[in-house]
Design a protein around this ligand. Structure first.
Ligand SMILES: [Zn+2]
Length: 380
């Protein structure tokens, strides 16, 4: 049986517009991860977590510092690990400007081209009390974000909610927080592994032992959430009936900008923010070309948090489940998504990216092993 990897999205602690810092200077560097460990985290676990952070550090060229606290805790049944992120909001206009200023790749160019040069985005939406099909109705409607009677209802269209790390990658300087006491040292994110109930394999260089879970792979996954692989649809999906008001729903993330369905595209909206079982695609051009699928929601969707790829398609390390004995591999699709939301992918250069090169070789070995042996997932 596969176990869930969850993303706990913590409400924003700073409801203010972020200062616009402009683009990062020309001297590019890899991100720095400041790691803090809560007591009880073993040295071997600390080493494994640092290895996961090193992977991301070597994958990006964004001159930012990310502060993470990690440890173990009592998690929900069947939950391997979870991440909580400090988040902040920016106006859509500011976000788009930062995306334009930060664009360095073809993926970035496509991503920016999708973002309308307006004060907000339109979306396909449901489960709000404002739903014209009935308060809390599952039937989608088009939310243009042009409510002149209740302007506050436009907040979800005109604000973007970013994890602190994602905000940093785009040139913002959001405040750290103690995350309601979870982080003894002010942090950008907090990651917990289940303290009991699972056997971990802390060393992935020789494969993952049967019956054990890939600790480093899971740490890469959880850091991935902190870096911005999150969807605000989870907030909508888990809201108590009859759902939130549009005015209280300011949850669209950078990744959500690239979430669409055939219906949301046909309705000519920027993105699909509905909870429900309809297929949600990852696309840079509003579903003209689809690159992958997202999970559709724990409550109203496919049973998996929307902050993941669709399960069981083998899309990448941001899949929502992991099986014992499975070596979790980062895919080109994973990296493309991070590229799209504002991270700059590292291009290994001779003599300058030793750590990165080592990791890339490791990943190739992972993929090859996977192709030869197949993932021991089915029925596991
Ligand atoms: Zn996850």
């Amino acid at each position: 049986m596969k176990s869930r990897i969850t993303s706990v999205v913590v409400a924003s602690l700073a409801m203010m517009c972020l200062p616009v810092l402009g683009s990062v200077g020309s001297a590019r560097a890899n991100p720095t991860f400041n790691l803090s460990y809560i007591s009880g985290t073993s040295l071997a676990e600390q080493t494994a977590f640092a290895s996961a952070a090193s992977y991301w550090a070597s994958s990006f060229r964004d001159n930012v510092t990310i502060n993470l606290t990690v440890g173990t805790g009592i998690l929900g049944s069947g939950v391997l690990a979870q991440a909580s992120s400090v988040r902040a909001t920016a106006t859509y206009g500011s976000f788009r400007s930062q995306m334009v200023a930060d664009a360095t790749s073809a993926t970035d160019a496509a991503a920016v081209a999708h973002l309308p040069n307006t004060t907000g985005v339109s979306m396909y939406l449901n489960y709000t009390t404002n739903n014209p099909n009935g308060s809390g109705s599952a039937t989608p409607y088009v939310d243009l974000g042009t409510d002149v009677i209740v302007p506050a209802n436009n907040a979800n269209n005109t604000m973007v909610r970013l994890t602190n790390a994602n905000a940093r990658a785009l040139g913002y300087n959001p405040a750290t927080s103690n995350l309601f006491g979870f982080c003894p040292v002010a942090c950008d994110g907090f990651i917990q592994f289940a303290a009991s109930g699972f056997t971990w394999d802390l060393n992935r260089t020789n494969g993952i032992t049967a019956g054990a879970f890939d600790f480093v792979g899971l740490a890469i996954h959880e850091i991935g959430h902190a870096l911005g692989f999150v969807s605000g649809v989870d907030s909508l999906d888990t809201a108590a009936s009859p759902g939130p008001t549009e005015a209280s729903l300011t949850q669209v993330t950078p990744l959500d900008m690239f979430r669409c369905s055939s219906d949301s595209a046909a309705a000519n909206t920027t993105l699909d923010f509905t909870a429900g079982t309809a297929v949600k695609n990852f696309s840079l051009n509003n579903c003209a070309t689809t690159l992958g699928q997202f999970a559709t929601g724990f409550t109203h969707g496919d049973g998996r948090q929307a902050s993941h790829w669709k399960d069981s398609l083998g899309l990448g390390i941001m899949d929502p489940t992991a099986a014992p004995g499975e070596l979790l591999a980062v895919t080109a699709l994973d990296l493309l998504a991070f590229d799209a939301i504002g991270w700059d992918l590292a291009v290994p250069e001779p003599g300058t990216m030793v750590l990165g090169a080592t990791w890339m070789l490791g990943l190739l070995a992972v993929r090859r092993r996977s192709q030869i042996n197949g993932k021991p997932l089915a029925g596991a």
